[in-house]
Unconditional design. Structure first.
Length: 428
């Protein structure tokens, strides 16, 4: 098997260092083509995601990949021999063979970087606000975050940038891919994502303003992505970072200003749905029918016997519960982003808006103050807090119960008003 591994390394080295003459002599390459930045990205996408070089790098030396990235941008044309070699995937893990120094493993010490944020320079402001939120909400210093455009998180002067970056991409416990319309068109971001994917380590796709799930590069589509425009998603990110890094998070109140600053920034960017300001619709005989349809939709998303029934009677004082029972609330909350999901009747619309806001606060409490239990997909307020942190335990339980009661009260009021004003008997 060793000759095959050496051949893979040879091809990787020849491509990365563009040693076209030797590559042609060995029968691997026909040549190479220099491309502009945009055309390079198009060429990568036309191959179904990551280019062959990145796929070949799985289990190989990622620093060669970055040598290629930081050199001239080129796409190689492989011969049949080269294609055949690429089709024979090497093992996912094996020691680096003793070839040239460019293929030797790094001798640097373990990286102190805990979080690597891959982004493009045009998203520096967003990245900076994300870093500020992370350092405020978690016990993580800027020196433990690599975000190359943000002061305090940049590479140190005099460092061997390509080698240090690839070590940090490979070794950091958490890798966040900040995906926006600009970053998915950046060859550097795509190569960083590819290098992280190659080692099979955890990657968190984080969608910026204007980005939707269709922008996630092919190999990462199977991973759950979070959105910077959604408060519950950002709170979930903080909770995951707390668990992944083994650090303690501050109370949400401690970083509420930084969270609001991030959300304000992304809402001021390109919104996910460009809303055109329209004058209020004129009162017509059709208004009643439209509101009936909205009422049906609301009760379909939030039936009385689903999540509402559960939070109406559940005791959250340290008892575990399946997160799936809250799916109605989550579906309702996210559906409220749809501009067509609103009542024409101002009183009904105010009530719907109140339930939306209360649901957001409730889901925030669940995301930040409950934690996984040994029972699969269940969470709870940690019961041990009642003894170790009694003040926090009673405060959290009281807040969750109050929030749940608020939702149920507002829901009951809306249903009763809807039945009276719309002349319907209910749909659930």
């Amino acid at each position: 098997m060793l000759p095959l591994l050496q051949e893979h390394y040879k091809l990787l080295r020849l491509v990365a260092k563009a040693e076209a003459t030797q590559a042609r002599g060995d029968g691997y390459l026909e040549g190479w083509t220099l491309l502009s930045h945009g055309n390079l990205v198009k060429a990568m996408r036309s191959q179904g995601g990551w280019p062959p070089l990145v796929r070949l790098a799985r289990g190989l030396a990622e620093h060669d990949l970055l040598e290629f990235m930081e050199g001239e941008e080129r796409v190689v044309r492989l011969t049949r021999k080269g294609l055949d070699l690429l089709s024979r995937s090497p093992p996912a893990r094996f020691p680096h063979p003793p070839t040239t120094s460019t293929l030797m493993p790094s001798t640097t010490k373990t990286s102190p970087i805990k979080i690597f944020i891959s982004h493009t320079t045009s998203d520096t402001q967003l990245a900076s606000k994300l870093v500020k939120l992370i350092t405020t909400s978690l016990h993580v210093r800027k020196t433990e975050i690599r975000c190359t455009s943000v002061p305090g998180c940049k590479l140190p002067s005099g460092s061997q940038s390509s080698q240090q970056l690839v070590d940090e991409i490979r070794e950091s416990p958490v890798f966040i891919g900040l995906l926006t319309g600009d970053s998915v068109n950046s060859a550097y971001v795509l190569f960083e994502l590819g290098a992280r994917w190659a080692v099979g380590a955890k990657t968190i796709p984080l969608l910026g303003p204007g980005a939707d799930f269709s922008l996630i590069p092919g190999p990462l589509k199977e991973k759950h992505a979070l959105k910077t425009t959604k408060r519950p998603d950002i709170l979930q990110l903080i909770s995951e970072l707390e668990a992944d890094l083994g650090v303690s998070a501050e109370s949400p109140m401690a970083y509420d200003d930084e969270l609001a600053e991030l959300l304000s920034h992304v809402s001021g960017g390109t919104p996910l749905n460009q809303e055109v300001q329209q004058p209020p619709p004129p009162a017509t005989t059709n208004d009643l029918e439209l509101d009936k349809e909205t009422f049906k939709r609301l009760l379909s998303l939030l039936p009385a016997k689903g999540s509402i029934s559960f939070i109406r009677s559940n005791n959250f004082a340290g008892f575990s519960f399946p997160l799936s029972v809250l799916s109605d609330l989550e579906n309702f909350y996210h559906s409220c982003e749809d501009p067509t999901f609103e009542f024409i009747n101002p009183e009904l619309e105010k009530m719907r808006s109140n339930i939306f806001e209360s649901t957001g606060r409730f889901l925030e409490l669940i995301a930040t103050e409950t934690f996984p239990t040994p029972i699969h997909s269940n969470n709870s307020v940690p019961p041990e807090w009642e003894e170790t942190q009694p003040k926090r335990f009673h405060k959290v339980v009281s807040s969750i119960h109050s929030s749940a009661k608020e939702i149920c009260t507002q829901y009951d009021q809306l249903v009763k008003l809807g039945r009276r004003s719309l002349g319907v008997s209910g749909f659930n």
